[in-house]
Ligand binder design. Structure first.
Ligand SMILES: Nc1ncnc2c1ncn2[C@@H]1O[C@H](COP(=O)(O)OP(=O)(O)OP(=O)(O)O)[C@@H](O)[C@H]1O
Ligand SMILES: [Mg+2]
Length: 256
């Protein structure tokens, strides 16, 4: 099977902080791949390295069969990213920002204009009286999602795309993402909403700090009412497996 993403011994340090120590992972083409882990485990750092937003301290990455570095301009045009920070240019209106992104990805003016109009209508972002700085959290997220898909990339990186989006928005995004992978394109997605991951993703990787892979596998059995076996135990949902792998935390606040 062809690989869309290959990570070999990825490391990333921020000064003295080791965010990712030694991560190796392969994602097949056409996968809807969930990349899960507790807060601070290194998910956004990994996505940053995979999309050229961050410079890794060590290791190698391959995307669509080509070696990827922050300078891989041709490859970056085939990729889309919705970073954790969203990466919006706040003073702009949504249509201005999306037009800028479309042109940056090499779309011609007519195609850009048509796609911007279509995306804004579908995502119900037609209120053009507000700049991105004046948008609500969910509206800003919708714009960031639109910016990630406007050039119909072959590999899409989404860092917590569903958090703060309303149920209708999530349903629409899931519908688009399913079509996207049916066409052989690849989605690499982080989320803490495990029920959504369970219904959407075919495979997941679970990491703990600092970017340590603790489990990787097919989760389609869960949607078919089956179970995942791990360490002699049967897990019928992602949440108990996630907690088993990453540690459960009990703390009783006497005053609460
Ligand atoms: N700019 C930065 N400077 C210093 N340390 C950082 C920076 N960004 C992240 N870190 C550290 O790197 C580690 C991994 O952070 P990262 O943001 O990748 O985690 P995450 O898995 O995306 O977490 P979350 O689920 O909260 O989004 C954490 O210890 C974090 O404190
Ligand atoms: Mg993060």
């Amino acid at each position: 099977m062809d690989s869309a993403i290959v990570i070999r011994h990825l490391a990333k340090e921020y000064g003295a902080v080791v965010a990712v120590e030694d991560l190796s992972l392969t994602v097949p083409k056409g996968a809807m791949f969930g990349f899960l882990g507790p807060n601070g485990s290194g998910k956004s750092t990994t996505i940053g390295c995979l999309t050229g937003l961050l410079d890794p301290s060590g290791g190698e990455m391959e995307i669509l069969g080509e070696r990827f570095t922050a300078e891989s301009v041709g490859l970056k045009r085939r990729m889309g990213v919705m970073p954790e920070s969203l990466g919006l240019f706040e003073p702009l209106y949504a249509h201005e920002f999306l037009a800028f992104v479309g042109r940056m990805f090499g779309l011609d003016e007519t195609t850009t204009r048509a796609r911007v109009t279509e995306l804004l209508a579908a995502l119900e972002l037609t209120d053009s009286s507000k700049t991105l700085a004046e948008y609500s959290t969910g509206m800003r997220k919708r714009v960031a999602f639109a910016a990630a898909v406007i050039h119909a990339p072959e590999v899409l990186f989404l860092d917590e795309p569903f958090e703060s989006i309303d149920p209708a928005g999530v349903a629409l995004m899931k519908q688009w993402l399913r079509r996207f992978t049916e066409q052989g394109r690849t989605v690499f997605i982080t989320s803490h909403v495990l029920e959504t991951v369970e219904r959407l993703c075919g495979a997941v990787a679970i990491i703990t700090s600092p970017g340590k892979l603790v489990w990787q596998g097919d989760i389609t059995v869960l949607a078919a009412d089956g179970a995942i076996e791990y360490d002699g135990q049967q897990f019928r949902a992602l949440e108990p497996l996630f907690l088993r792998l990453t540690g459960e935390h009990y703390a009783d606040l006497k005053w609460l």
